[in-house]
Design a protein around this ligand. Structure first.
Ligand SMILES: C[S@@+](CC[C@H](N)C(=O)[O-])C[C@H]1O[C@@H](n2cnc3c(N)ncnc32)[C@H](O)[C@@H]1O
Length: 217
């Protein structure tokens, strides 16, 4: 996964140019700022930072972490410090999130775009536990990801015994990568966050879903 995204960094943003997805993307871009307005946000696996500029001007602070220097480099170009003084980007592991931002305060919100689908099913409870541990009570959390739409998504090539699905994804250099990519149902998502979540909402667009909730106070 990590090697694949490091290699794909330069061509990653092409997925945001798929014509059939444009209407959904505009709606999601318009929705995010209100969710994070006035909050300090931890963005997990921020990648090339496609989503960050839409909500960051409304947030108090943003810390974006990703495992790849290649994607973060693109994110830094997209968000120069002079225009985005509230955004900090650094190498980090989604499974071991930082406890606080640069000012030493805990986070009031978290976002992870197109990350849930890459978490092995068996790691989801521990991932959520470690993420929620670095958020304040009442923090707002958003996960966004793909719905499986035949013809728009790469087909699923195989499934493992735990129920994870895998795609074979080609890159421009001719290499092919086996990538874990799950497509959870509404019920699976709501059940996964139920021990911590308050006011959970499952949003659906044609090509994407989002899970939005607040942590119990
Ligand atoms: C599908 S991309 C999503 C990028 C971005 N959030 C977006 O929505 O465009 C997944 C990202 O996860 C990053 N990644 C993979 N494993 C990671 C890990 N253990 N910790 C942090 N980031 C990771 C990859 O480098 C890649 O940028």
């Amino acid at each position: 996964m990590q090697d694949y995204y490091a290699a794909r960094a330069g061509e990653y943003d092409q997925i945001y140019r798929k014509p059939e997805r444009q209407a959904d993307l505009r709606q999601m871009e318009a929705w995010l700022p209100g969710v994070f307005s006035g909050r300090s946000v931890l963005e997990i696996a921020c990648g090339t930072g496609y989503w960050t500029p839409f909500y960051a001007p409304h947030a108090t602070r943003v810390l974006g972490i990703d495992s790849a220097t290649e994607t973060l480099q693109i994110a830094r170009t997209r968000m120069p410090a002079a225009r985005f003084p509230q955004v900090q980007l650094q190498i980090g592991d989604a499974y071991q999130p930082p406890a606080h931002d640069a000012s030493g305060l805990p986070f009031e919100a978290a976002l992870a775009g197109f990350w849930w689908s890459h978490i092995p099913l068996e790691r989801i409870p521990a991932f959520l536990q470690s993420l929620h541990a670095v958020l304040q009570p009442g923090a707002r959390v958003v996960f966004m990801d793909n719905r499986y739409v035949p013809g728009s998504n790469t087909p699923i090539a195989e499934r493992d015994a735990a129920g994870n699905s895998y795609q074979l994804r080609p890159l421009a250099d001719g290499s092919v990568h086996r990538v874990l990519k799950n497509f959870p149902s509404r019920e699976q998502l709501l059940a996964a966050v139920a021990p911590w979540a308050y006011r959970s909402q499952h949003h659906v667009w044609d090509y994407f879903w989002a899970l939005e909730y607040e942590l119990h106070r």
